[in-house]
Design a binder for this molecule. Sequence first.
Ligand code: SF4
Length: 57
Amino acid sequence: MKINEHRCPANHPCPAVRVCPVKAISQKGFGLPSINNDVCINCGKCIKFCPMRAISA
Ligand code: SF4
């Protein structure tokens, strides 16, 4: 998974952090979240969840 920095406003707590079942998404402050692809199981929940459509495979 990857996060499109042009779509993510990076100005709020990322709600997708909470939907990831394996805690692969992390965020420092309100900054651009990052996805640990070593942990990600490609479930796709974050892609469907992000209202900004900032996350893609
Ligand atoms: S695809 Fe699933 S496991 Fe991977 S980062 Fe998104 S929510 Fe987490």
